[in-house]
Design a protein around this ligand. Structure first.
Ligand code: SF4
Length: 455
């Protein structure tokens, strides 16, 4: 298995129906590839040419998550063919991540036409700076900052899932972008750096000024700057760090940080190995080492002896499988976070039964209804409600009821708790949300025992 990087972090595959891109971004990876393989020159890349013969293929294959487009943008000039492609992909059952430096007219047309696909159409708009002079320099023909924000606000108002890519960051003021977009983002905000700056810009035919600015930009994204950004934004639940930044943070914070973000990697062992090798190979500065030591002491203090947070669902379980899992992970407390722990359809799911079962294996059981969602929230979600609304309400409940304080009461006695809920699916379960909040607090790994964790 490979470490997930680049566009693979976002989707399983990509689709494109144009060659070239009118935005003509100076740092464009697709442009560099097109020049390298002789499909374009630095001058012809901006001549976006539609490729209608690709349309038939766009919708094919088993339903999966597709990033569209990835080597061009959706613009007024190619809007019709892009809509046609979207129609084919959505009708086939695919989930589409539309990645764009958005033009309001294009996003408006897409929202109007595909209003029935809000569950499978997600927007991710690229905004690397709030400063139009910076945007104009790096992305000469792309929309202004205000136009991108308007497109975002519109998609959000129309009930679509929205997210942002601040990759590449085009200056050191990315926190301004985060602040501006946050009210309209329902999903995530990805932050990343420009890759292979010198080679990429040179390949794309950059002039001396562009090369100079590229080098300055790369130098400004140093470890101190990135760590400050990380510390300022790490508690924002919408923030996701791209691989370039994760590597840098890992070099500073080491395994503790990596462990707390395990779910972002396909293969922790492989990534850990690669990063350790890099750590050893590179000449790490004294300052970085001192920071790393200070950080690991702080992390240790936050952990307070807790090694990991586990979750488990009653669905699909039986006595043997349940206790085997708990024992193999040395769980010392089953913390039942369901609203009701009795009156279930299955005998196994009964709190009384589970208590008796686990206590027979030397594991404690507690039912803490203060950690459960309210009856109204649960009823609305079960009646087909909106997951993001549920997440928002439960997150608020976590804060209002001071759930972390409640958890700490349990942790005075127990150090390897496992949150128990009903669902086998951890994705749509409040126990996952609570575990993620705990993960932030205690800086530890989350392990979902035999639960579905991917969408
Ligand atoms: S919008 Fe994307 S594909 Fe188009 S030039 Fe810019 S980086 Fe390249």
């Amino acid at each position: 298995m490979k470490t997930i990087t680049g566009t693979n972090e976002w989707a399983n595959t990509t689709r494109n129906i144009c060659n070239g891109c009118r935005n003509d971004c100076k740092y464009c990876w697709a442009k560099a590839m097109a020049i390298r393989f002789g499909r374009n020159t630095p001058e012809t890349w901006k001549d976006q040419i539609a490729l209608p013969d690709r349309l038939a293929k766009t919708g094919k294959g088993k339903p999966t998550r597709i990033m569209f487009p990835s080597t061009h943008d959706i613009t007024i000039e190619n809007l019709d063919i892009c809509m046609d492609a979207l129609d084919r992909m959505l009708s086939r059952g695919h989930t589409i991540l539309v990645v764009s430096k958005p033009q309001v007219k294009c996003i408006s047309a897409i929202c109007e036409r595909f209003g029935n696909f809000k569950d499978r159409l997600i927007f991710r708009f690229t905004i690397g700076s709030t400063d139009d002079t910076v945007l104009k320099f790096w992305e000469p023909n792309a929309p202004s900052f205000v136009e991108r924000i308007l497109a975002l606000e519109m998609a959000s108002d129309m009930g679509f899932q929205t997210s942002i890519s601040c990759e590449p960051m085009l200056d050191t003021n990315v926190e301004r972008v985060v602040k501006a977009v946050t009210p309209f983002v329902t999903d995530t905000i990805w932050i990343g750096m420009m890759n292979d700056v010198k080679q990429r810009l040179a390949m794309n035919g950059a002039d001396a000024l562009t090369l100079q600015r590229g080098i300055e930009l790369a130098q400004s994204m140093n470890a101190t700057q990135i760590m400050e950004l990380y510390r300022n934004l790490k508690d924002n639940a919408k923030i996701r760090w791209k691989d370039t930044i994760r590597k840098m943070i890992y070099e500073i914070l080491g395994e503790d940080w990596m462990a707390s973000r395990l779910d972002e990697f396909v293969d922790f062992e492989e990534y850990n190995h690669a990063m350790t090798a890099q750590w050893e190979k590179e000449n790490v500065s004294d300052e970085a080492m001192a920071n790393a030591k200070a950080d690991s002491a702080a992390v240790e203090a936050r952990r307070n002896g807790v090694k990991a947070i586990y979750t488990i669902g009653t669905q699909g379980m039986n006595d043997g499988a349940f206790t085997d899992l708990l024992q193999s992970h040395n769980i010392d407390l089953v913390l039942d976070v369901r609203l009701k722990n009795e009156g279930q359809r299955y005998r196994f799911a009964s709190g009384r039964h589970i208590k008796e079962l686990v206590e027979g294996h030397g594991i404690a059981y507690r039912h803490d209804v203060r950690l459960a969602p309210t009856a109204q929230m649960q009823a609305a979600w079960r009646a087909g409600g909106d997951w993001s609304a549920y997440v928002e309400q439960y997150s608020k409940l976590i804060a209002d009821r001071e759930m972390i304080k409640l958890i700490k009461e349990h942790l005075q006695v127990f150090k390897t708790p496992c949150l128990l809920c009903a669902e086998e699916d951890a994705v749509h379960c409040h126990s996952r949300l609570l575990a993620e909040r705990m993960c932030k607090e205690f800086c530890v790994l989350i392990i979902h025992l035999k639960r579905k964790v991917g969408i």
